[in-house]
Design a protein around this ligand. Structure first.
Ligand code: PMP
Length: 438
């Protein structure tokens, strides 16, 4: 019977997984490392809900870390994937659907004159950095502490997401010579950017930034911060890469670009996308000005390639998702987010725990232990994030699956209807009490 136990409980499966998979998971934050306990091994997901191997259902506030903007397993997306799969899983040759997806992205974000599809956000940012280096002939890249751009060597310094969760300064295995080409600056600090460019401007290829950071918790850009990055990079002949892997097609129909740059009348040189653009399948992308993008092979000298790039089954999911994600979907996501933000605020206020619910459009997270909030990584690390595990586990016990880290955004979808949101709202008072008593 041990066989049965090891596949039918989260504990048993975690133990079995750890015998064959490093740490039992294929991406670190999934391991519940900072909140403790066995991760929930999920068996299925539909709409706003996920179900684990023990048959317990949870309201899902992770949404596959971003892609599930329509909710899980939207019937039309699943149908599009089935259709595509029936026509062949992978060709290694161009397809109509890839062109349609690129056109769909450009229709929403005209700053994207050309789009190259890859399979992960990591590849998208890694390629964007290489492209910036290739185009400028410079090597140094500026990033901000607490922001996450995937796990390529040069971008892991002082990174958010799992590195924030596990309190790691960076990663072992990154050559010193590569780390030395990354300048890490405090977020939301224009003076620090000016100073770095004054000293190193001639060797800086690019500034890479999350359009609105959500990997150290959600920290919205201060008004004018992104525009200043655009101005400073332009003045010094460097490129601005806005990473919209997380915000793209989630915070609005045209991502953060549509909410800020388009309104202010400027654009980054390069943008990266992932998550929603693949609708839950492995699609990510980089795009931008034609003049820069056309430096990619096969036209230009900057090499990048992928056996599964533009995979037809994955692209079908992305295309169907973008087609379905209309204004009504964004209005529903915004509403769900506003409902939960208000409910979290109310529950924490009721127990007298200082807090700040920080949001960038519909992305949000909660800073515990201070009313002042946090505007950069140092401030975020100084908050009482140690209260989060108690908050998280109380929610989990009441059937709400929040991100297993204080430093991740909460994700809602258009499928988070009143019933789903009501379950979260009901679970919040006990969670707030647990956080206050932690
Ligand atoms: N950039 C940002 C802003 C992200 O949030 C992430 C993933 N959370 C990545 C890049 C990396 O994407 P992937 O995990 O698909 O490699």
């Amino acid at each position: 019977m041990t066989e049965v136990t090891s596949t039918s409980t989260n504990e048993g499966l975690f133990e079995r997984a750890r015998g064959v998979v490093p740490g039992g998971v294929n991406s670190p934050v999934r391991a519940f490392g900072s909140v403790g306990g066995a991760p929930r091994f999920l068996a299925s997901a539909r709409g706003a809900y996920v179900t684990d191997v023990e048959g317990r259902e949870y309201v899902d506030l992770v949404g596959s870390w971003g892609p599930a903007i329509l909710g899980h397993a939207h019937p039309e997306v699943v149908e599009a994937v089935r259709d595509a799969a029936g026509r062949g899983l992978s060709f290694g040759a161009p397809t109509l659907a890839e062109v349609e997806l690129a056109e769909a992205v450009r229709a929403r974000v005209p700053a994207v004159e050309r789009l190259r599809l890859v399979s992960t956000g990591t590849e998208a940012t890694m390629t964007a950095v290489r492209l910036a280096r290739g185009v400028t002939g410079r090597d140094t890249v500026v990033k901000f502490a607490g922001l996450y751009h995937g796990h390529s060597d040069g971008l892991l310094a002082a990174a958010g997401s799992g590195l924030a969760t596990f309190a790691l300064p960076g990663s072992a295995g990154v050559p010193a010579a590569i780390a030395a080409e990354t300048i890490v600056l405090p977020y939301n600090d224009v003076a620090a950017v000016e100073a770095a460019f004054a000293e190193h401007g001639a060797r800086i290829a690019a500034v890479i930034t999350e359009a609105a950071p959500a990997n150290m918790g959600v920290v919205p850009p201060a008004p004018g911060f992104n525009a200043a990055l655009s101005r400073i990079t332009r003045e010094h002949g460097a490129l601005l890469i806005q990473d919209e892997v997380l915000t793209g097609f989630r915070v609005g129909p045209a991502g953060w670009w549509g909410l800020e740059a388009a309104r202010e009348g400027w654009s980054p040189d390069l943008l990266t996308f992932g998550k929603v653009v693949g609708g839950g399948m492995p699609v990510a992308a980089l795009g931008g000005r034609a003049e820069v993008m056309d430096a990619l092979a096969p036209i230009g000298p900057v090499y990048q390639a992928g056996t599964l790039s533009g995979n037809p089954v994955a692209v079908a999911a992305g295309l169907a998702t973008l087609r379905l994600a209309d204004d009504g979907v964004y209005a529903a996501v915004d509403r769900a987010s506003a409902t939960l933000r208000a409910a979290v605020d109310e529950a924490l206020t009721a127990v007298g725990l200082p807090h700040a619910v920080q949001n960038a459009s519909n992305l949000f997270s909660t800073v515990l232990g201070t009313d002042a909030g946090a505007r950069d990584y140092a401030e975020m690390l100084a908050t009482e994030s140690w209260r989060y595990p108690a908050f998280f586990h109380s929610l989990l016990a009441d059937g709400v699956y929040a991100p297993p880290s204080a430093f991740e955004a909460w994700f809602v979808s258009a499928a988070h209807d009143e019933a789903a949101l009501g379950r979260v709202v009901e679970a919040l008072p006990a969670a707030a009490r647990a956080a206050a008593e932690a």
